[in-house]
Design a protein around this ligand. Structure first.
Ligand SMILES: O=C(O)CCC(=O)C(=O)O
Length: 263
């Protein structure tokens, strides 16, 4: 599905907004599912909802639905993912960054991979806005090319309740002035590499900017649940020892992925 120039762009910049948009029908289904998710989880902050595709609630206690697994594995999205990371694919996570109107929190500059128990470290993220993204309502911002060294740079912990996550990439590793913002229509999608430095500003507008995020890894890598549990104990992070893996395409090419844990 992806053209050669699109593949080249992904390799050189570390992210790609393909020439593609989900249908209005799919988008409406996602928006309805999101309303239901918010309704079913009234006590949780919509800024960061972990694992909406899971029916067994994790540490955050999100009451999710399998419908999100269906959205995440939409055949077009999977085909583009296969063009980028190969035919063997495991889905290991989803999140919704809801950025509600008026007080949608900032996501500070970071790389995704810092805590991931995946060796070799690989993950392709699909970022799917449910609302139009404008300059004002907290678009994703990428530092193009920051993925090229295949390195996780140093991060520090910032205790600040106005942030969606608290691990922040140290500023000496990038120049914010080189950042590119994703101004997208709802239903467009973006793919980014695990080493990409990225973030998004707060949303103080009258309009929500929710985005559904899908984490995929090439099944040539190993999602190590034991390492995930260790990381989880150290950082009280996000169920990494119990995450169910979904082989969504091809085979477990690595051979060590446990596809039974957490289901
Ligand atoms: O949606 C956002 O504002 C942040 C998303 C993000 O950091 C990610 O998808 O890795």
């Amino acid at each position: 599905m992806l053209s050669d120039p699109e593949l080249d762009r992904f390799r050189s910049k570390g992210y790609l907004v393909p020439d593609y948009r989900l249908t209005a029908e799919t988008l409406n289904e996602m928006r309805e599912a999101y309303e239901k998710l918010l309704h079913d989880n009234p006590t949780l902050s919509p800024d960061f909802l972990l694992g909406p595709h899971l029916e067994n609630p994790g540490t955050q206690g999100v009451k999710g639905s399998r419908q999100w697994l269906e959205f995440a594995t939409h055949p077009d999205l999977m085909q583009m993912a296969a063009d980028l990371i190969g035919e063997d694919i495991i889905l290991w996570g989803t999140t919704i960054f809801g950025k509600p109107a008026h007080n949608g929190k900032e996501t500070p500059w970071h790389q995704d991979g810092d805590y991931y128990p995946i060796r070799p470290l690989e993950t392709l993220t699909i970022w799917i806005p449910l609302d139009d993204v404008t300059v004002e309502n907290g678009p994703m911002r990428f530092i193009p090319g920051s993925h090229r060294q295949r390195k996780i740079f140093s991060h520090h912990w910032e205790e600040n309740s106005d942030l969606t996550i608290n691990l922040v990439c140290d500023s000496e590793h990038f120049d914010e002035n080189t950042s590119e913002s994703l101004i997208l229509k709802a239903g467009q999608v973006s793919y980014h590499d695990v080493y990409m430095i990225h973030g998004s500003l707060a949303n103080n507008t009258d309009h929500r900017r929710a985005a559904f995020v899908v984490r995929l890894m090439p099944a040539t890598s190993h999602y190590d649940h034991a390492l995930g549990a260790e990381i989880g104990r150290k950082h009280s992070a996000h169920d990494y020892g119990k995450r169910p893996l979904y082989l969504v395409r091809g085979r477990d090419a690595n051979g060590n992925n446990d596809l039974s844990i957490g289901h």
